[in-house]
Design a protein around this ligand. Structure first.
Ligand code: G3H
Length: 489
């Protein structure tokens, strides 16, 4: 596969033009470029939708929704299973695409797609198992048993799914599949870096038989079409993963609309003096540096009690020095960051911390947007890196006097996604977990989202609502009560 030839399935009716072999050539009309972070230049381009085209496409979805919402659950599930099967057959070219578009390494790229396949199957099954309830009137004073409420769930309408660049396939599918299973129509607005992957998975959905007027990919720059999509009158819900400022902006420009938001994080790993040091080291390094730290759930700070901070820091640094750095196709753990701008930001945080007295335990080195992994000891709460989310391969260690200071520093963050506690005292771990203001606490494990049927929740600036297979279906449907007044017919 050359840089400019992108795999895409043959059945294309959206956004891109294909040659006879089903490979993307030149998209129609106005386009935006998709930059390849590992290549350092554009690797393709996609159509930039105009508002009038958006209107037309969303109207098709609004119509398609009227049929899809009444399509039998078993039929929806069958189509989703078929989509998953087709995706599974395309793991290799899709992984290739992820390597090109977002510089994710080969193994992680394949894992992202396999995880998405599994997610769709699970969602199709879970959707079949959701059931409602019947409530009898006589449970409330003054009412008789002849009044019965049948409580079920109904779809919302057209759902707008906006995934981020770091999981353009998985975080698209974790939105699309539950929305479709719940009976909604879905617009996918893929990130520009990830748009080719987004188009591909949608085309594979069409190949599976998911109707063209039930699922659409709308490409373009968020700056130009983001607000238009979010505030479109036919859009009844937004499911967004991305930065906190963008999530907050979406919340500001929408009214009376359900939102499911997965935003930033500054996940802390709290390491206590009785922790299994090898376990803590391995989990922290993997949690902090996989996909070069470009994960909302990455371990973004270590809070270590003073007595073990030095030995833990050295152990972490020793392990970090063994991480492979380079290209995604060589399966390196540390690969070029998504853009020069992102790399500049990470670099600025590192340099500023060093100037203010932090100590680097690993070499500090950069080549364009490739930042070598950095461990910083003696980071203090006065440094920006103690609070800001770098989204890059840098791990600050903050020394604490005791657990109480750890909890206080962990909770002082504006974010509340996850936290990890490393200790062999399980009672203490539970006690501390209760005091952490986050969506998920991991005891003796790194912070991370999966398994994907677990609830994934963020407090404070980290999000709104709960994801996870069942939780996502619930979030993208609403209760409906039909009351039967027995004896009156
Ligand atoms: O970047 C945000 C993702 O939801 C993180 O997922 O923990 O599986 O990497 P992950």
């Amino acid at each position: 596969m050359s840089d400019t030839t992108i795999f895409i399935p043959k059945d294309s009716r959206d956004s891109v033009q294909l040659n006879e072999d089903g490979w993307i050539t030149h998209p129609r009309g106005e386009t935006i470029e998709v930059y390849g972070p590992a290549k350092g230049h554009a690797i393709g381009c996609v159509h930039a939708y105009e508002p009038s085209e958006i209107d037309q496409r969303i109207e098709q979805l609004a119509q398609g929704y009227q049929t899809w919402r009444f399509t039998r659950l078993t039929d929806r599930a069958r189509l989703l299973h078929r989509w998953a099967d087709i995706l599974e057959k395309h793991i290799t070219p899709l992984a290739q695409l992820l390597m090109l578009e977002i510089a994710k390494n080969r193994q992680d790229a394949s894992d992202e797609i396999q995880r998405s396949v599994d997610f769709i199957h699970y969602t199709a099954e879970e959707g079949l198992r959701l059931s409602g309830e019947a409530l009898y009137g006589d449970a409330f004073p003054g009412h008789a048993r002849n009044k019965v409420s049948l409580v079920g769930r109904v779809p919302l309408g057209v759902v707008l799914a906006i995934p981020p660049f770091n999981y353009p396939i998985n975080l698209a599918i974790t939105k699309i599949a539950p929305a479709l299973m719940g009976g909604n129509a879905v617009i996918l607005k893929p990130p520009t870096q990830g748009a080719l992957s987004g188009l591909n998975i949608v085309h594979l959905a069409y190949e599976a038989g998911i109707p063209f007027n039930v699922l659409a990919a709308i490409t373009g720059s968020s700056r130009n079409i983001g607000d238009y999509l979010v505030s479109h009158p036919y859009v009844k819900m937004v499911n967004f993963t991305g930065s906190t400022p963008t999530g907050q902006h979406i919340a500001q420009i929408t009214t009376m609309m359900p939102l499911l938001l997965e935003l930033g994080g500054k996940d802390a790993a709290l390491v206590l003096s009785d922790a299994d040091m090898t376990l803590a080291r391995d989990q922290i390094v993997s949690g902090a540096f996989s996909y070069s730290g470009q994960r909302c759930t990455a371990v973004k700070r270590v809070l270590a009690v003073d007595e073990l901070a030095s030995s833990l820091g050295l152990a972490i640094a020793e392990k970090v020095r063994t991480l492979t750095v380079g290209l995604p196709e060589d399966n390196c753990m540390i690969t070029p960051l998504i853009s020069q701008q992102s790399a500049d930001f990470v670099w600025e945080l590192i340099q500023e911390a060093l100037e203010q007295g932090a100590v680097a335990l690993t070499p500090v080195h950069r080549k364009d947007n490739l930042i070598f992994p950095v461990v910083l000891d003696y980071v203090t709460p006065s440094m920006r890196i103690a609070w800001e989310e770098p989204f890059g391969p840098v791990l600050p260690i903050i020394r604490i006097q005791d657990e109480a200071e750890g909890i206080s520093l962990a909770n002082a963050s504006e974010y509340g996604l996850q936290a990890a506690i490393f200790t062999q005292d399980i009672s203490k771990a539970f006690d501390l977990a209760e005091h952490l203001d986050v969506g998920t606490v991991q005891i003796n494990g790194k912070t991370s989202r999966g398994p994907d049927h677990f609830p994934f929740v963020g407090t404070k600036s980290s999000g709104l609502g709960a994801q996870g297979v069942r939780y996502s279906i619930l979030a993208m449907t609403r209760l409906k009560s039909t009351v039967v007044n027995l004896g009156h017919v």
